[in-house]
Design a protein around this ligand. Sequence first.
Ligand SMILES: [Zn+2]
Length: 414
Amino acid sequence: MYSPETDVQVGKQNARMLEKRLPLCNDPKVDAYLTKLGMSLVAKLPTRGIQYPWEFHCVNSKEINAFALPGGFVFVNRGAIEAADNEAQLAAVMAHELSHVVLRHGTAQASKAQLMQGAAGIFGGIFGGSTSGALLSQGVALGAGGLLLRYSRSDETQADVLGTQTLYDAGYDPRAMAQFFEKLEAETKGKNPPQFLSDHPNPGNRVERVDEEIDKLGGVPANAKRDSAEFEAAKREVMSLPIVKTPPASAANAAPPPPSGNFVDYQGNGYTLKAPENWKKYEDNGSVTFAPDGGIAQKGGLTYGMIASVNQVQADTSDRALENATQALIQELAKANPGLQVTREPAWVQLNGQPGLSTYLSNDSPAGGQETDWLVTVMQPQGLVSFLCVAPKATYPEYEKTFTAVLDSVRLSK
Ligand SMILES: [Zn+2]
């Protein structure tokens, strides 16, 4: 589906957005260190002749996380550097991320989601509080092209194996691969696990699989590198950086201001609508999220507001095209949202004089508790146009009038 050139293009586009919106460490010493370490690993990776424009950025966030966008744009949180006991562990996290890049897992997922191209990423991120969802809280939606950076268990095993080989070839103690994951799991037992672990789920036998790989490679080399003075210096450097304050939890949990009764026009792809003037819009390729201040949970995920998107669908000339595409969209949503349930089966409605389907769902709200989701879909020449209205279950009735007003304002261009 996607060429490596597309990986680079999509990754670069998102990286440029993130650079503007994430709190970067802006510390040349740390960036230079990450780049040097990263490139020493890249040198040992099989890139199959593809020239990736590798970039390494330090993010000033205490959360233990690191992620790599397709095409080789790598972001490492200071929290991950601080949590690593030694250079081998940091190298392990990076080797794992870099393996996802060269194995092209980020866009392979998008290929699987071909039917609803982009939808899984868009909704998965917004619903699910995955890395892409967390980025949305910074005003960035990484939905386009299904850039869902939450990997499957088989992706994880592959990244562990390739990452272990890379560590070995780069002269590091390859056991650090499993050690760092184990350490995160042990430290967060019973607590809210770091985003990193939900994006990179344990395939079940991580330690055994890594050990098996090390045996195949001939065991841990006697002179395997574990630490370096450069790592210790970089760790001290990030620990001395000012801490970027995130909004206090109470502010994040407070209900957003009620929707304004004044509406402003929005021009979408093949449709127009009017949204409350105090809802901000976050545009992404083919989708737009409208949310009030406080309508996006701190860890990402829409809690109050609406997502309008155009989803590409497979050619379907049957008279059930809308039903089929809506069903497929709901299935995609359910994949990324285990708590998702249809509470009212699709029913026919009119949207700007055209036949649409209205479906009610419930889901776990990223703010805690349950949310109500009202999904209205209509088939258009450019694809399945969907409007997803989201509010916590308890306050949903207060929002229904606004959602109805927005949907009544929709004008389809056909
Ligand atoms: Zn992974």
